[in-house]
Design a protein. Structure first.
Length: 584
């Protein structure tokens, strides 16, 4: 028998460090692992493949695997797990790790690494990923022996989920993966991990809550900003309860879109750079601003020195005091704690004497009538905004019959902003987008992770042709896994938002933003989609019917929509104020 034949029939070695890692992941409740193989991670891939209680999903790119793990984490609240090899594979996950840190997503990235004896020798595909990832992760680990794994893995999961959730990286050396271990002995050891912060409660927040109540009772024009922290805390119902006794006008950040249904009487839509006029007007004229889990980033504040100038105080509810201190700290009252607890406590303090702000709502209604939250419809064109409104109606009709949960993911660009403006959200639906990093290529793989987490949900990815160029390889993954993800691709020939900035702020010089000629429906077909599930649409006639059919069947479906280039308005230019908002 030749050596090649001998290698092909070799039995799989068992009871290795890689097998221990698989068992430890399973002990943490992991069911799905997003992965891509390579030389320094092959032992772990072998172990994961052999573990019948873990489902490993193979992606085409490392970023795809990492973003899918984030989609899974956002959909479930559990830690998403991504496994890749060393060197370029490990560095390819950095953008997702950075986004998970900014957007508070519990993520575990396990990277292969060269053997410990080859460390710092410039070995093939050796990269010091722990040093690279450290600034953008909550914690990084280097594993040189399987003895470290039980406590390390237990601690990694606790850190990823505690406080503000975030990413953890474990760099798993080749020799630690290959080392022979006694699984039963390792798994019987108690694990403690490093001590972490005690569970958050109202300890220390009572005085701030009392002051917040006093400020709200004194206010005549309060506005609530709901951010993604409301969703992370699972505080959506607590928010609606609070609005029953204190019906303040509400605006949302882009990632906080699903925190309050569009149909709620207090909901006025998205604020910030691409928020509608009325939402930004409200914030500019508020005499009190209350944030539930928003970080007051620059896309909301613009010129922070002129942000909400009439607000005597900014009340900032957050789980992390460090977030309160980052922006406008001198104006803030921080209420620190888990929003599920602090918002409920705020409600109970207001409940005995409910408030009303009828006059304030009436004034807002007059402004909205003058500056409606809509767009100029051109019936002859297939406009992106019209696509979203048609999608709303198709989904509404479908859900009225099926009761199906809906999860939206977006790529990054003007379609993302239009989604923030026009998509309808109902209770229990989810909205996932890369907001902190604004990473193109994130939305499609996030949809894959969300669909794996919720097999019975209607998962819809909204993409632009510019951003899809960063993640198009995962179309193949969708088809290979047979996932019923629906992808609506707005093709307006390139990078729409940057193109608008070119026109508005750079003298019309279109530098690297226009991209012509790619037929995305044919690309989807080359990745396995049949022609009736990879369509190209150029006109609005029959669109709602097509969308209705697409959302109603249980197969993958990609629809390329040829839309004209159109500026994404309104826009409050970067670093400017409400007075600088551009409406047309």
């Amino acid at each position: 028998m030749s050596s090649v034949q001998t290698m092909a029939t070799q039995q799989r070695m068992q009871n290795r460090g890689a097998d221990l890692m698989a068992r430890l992941l399973r002990a943490q409740g992991v069911e799905h692992v997003m992965a891509l193989t390579g030389g320094a991670i092959m032992e772990s891939m072998d172990a994961l493949e052999a573990d019948e209680q873990l489902k490993m999903h193979i992606f085409q790119t490392e970023p795809g695997a990492a973003w899918a793990a984030m989609g899974y984490a956002r959909a479930t609240g559990n830690v998403g797990v991504c496994v890749v090899t060393s060197g370029p594979a490990a560095t390819n996950t950095i953008t997702a790790i950075a986004d998970a840190y900014r957007d508070n997503v519990p993520l575990l990235v396990i990277t292969g690494q060269v053997p410990t004896f080859a460390r710092d020798t410039d070995a093939f595909q050796e990269t010091n990923i722990t040093d690279i990832a450290a600034p953008t992760a909550k914690k990084v680990y280097y594993v040189s022996t399987p003895d470290e794994l039980p406590e390390m893995v237990a601690e990694a999961f606790r850190i990823a989920k505690s406080g503000r959730p975030g990413p953890v990286l474990i760099d798993f050396t080749k020799d630690a993966q290959q080392a022979e271990v006694d699984l039963d002995a390792y798994l019987s050891q108690p694990t403690s991990g490093s001590p972490l912060t005690a569970p958050l409660s109202l300890n220390g927040a009572e005085a701030a809550l009392d002051e917040a109540v006093t400020l709200l009772r004194q206010a005549q024009r309060p506005v609530i900003i709901v951010g993604y922290g409301t969703v992370l805390a699972g505080a959506e119902q607590a928010l609606q309860d609070f609005l029953e006794v204190a019906p303040c006008p509400v605006v949302h950040t882009l990632p906080g879109k699903s925190a309050l249904p569009n149909s709620h009487a207090c909901q006025y839509g998205m604020l910030g750079m691409h928020g509608f006029y009325v939402a930004n007007w409200m914030v500019h004229h508020a005499d009190l601003l209350i944030s539930f889990g928003s970080r007051f980033d620059d896309r909301i504040t613009g010129d922070m020195h002129q942000f909400a100038p009439d607000a005597k105080r900014l009340i900032h509810f957050d789980i992390d005091s460090g977030q309160v201190d980052k922006v406008l700290a001198h104006r803030k009252l921080g209420v620190i704690g888990d929003l599920r607890h602090t918002l409920a406590a705020f409600y109970h303090r207001i409940q005995p004497a409910p408030l009303n702000f009828v006059a304030w709502h009436d004034e807002i209604a007059q402004i909205e009538a003058r500056y409606p939250s809509t767009y100029q419809r051109h019936p002859e064109a297939l406009q992106a905004q019209y696509v979203l409104q048609s999608l709303n109606e198709a989904v509404r009709q479908h859900v009225a019959i099926t009761g199906q949960k809906v999860i939206y993911t977006t790529e990054v660009g003007d379609h993302q902003m239009w989604a923030g403006q026009y998509l309808d959200m109902q209770p229990g639906w989810q909205f996932m987008t890369s907001s902190g990093q604004g990473a193109m290529g994130s939305g499609l793989p996030m949809a894959i992770g969300a669909q794996l987490a919720n097999p019975d949900a209607l998962v819809i990815c909204l993409a632009g042709d510019g951003s899809m160029r960063f993640g198009e390889a995962e179309m193949e993954t969708i088809w290979n896994l047979g996932l019923p993800v629906k992808t609506l691709l707005i093709n307006n020939d390139g990078y729409g938002i940057v193109r608008m900035w070119n026109h508005r702020f750079y003298g019309g010089r279109e530098t690297g933003v226009v991209k012509h000629g790619k037929n995305w429906s044919l690309l989807a077909q080359s990745n396995g989609f049949p022609p009736d599930r990879a369509e190209r649409v150029t006109e609005s006639e029959g669109l709602e019917s097509l969308l209705g059919e697409a959302v109603s069947h249980g197969q993958p479906h990609m629809i390329e929509l040829i839309t004209p280039y159109e500026e994404c308005l309104p826009i409050m230019p970067p670093g400017k104020t409400f007075h600088d908002i551009i409406l047309e």
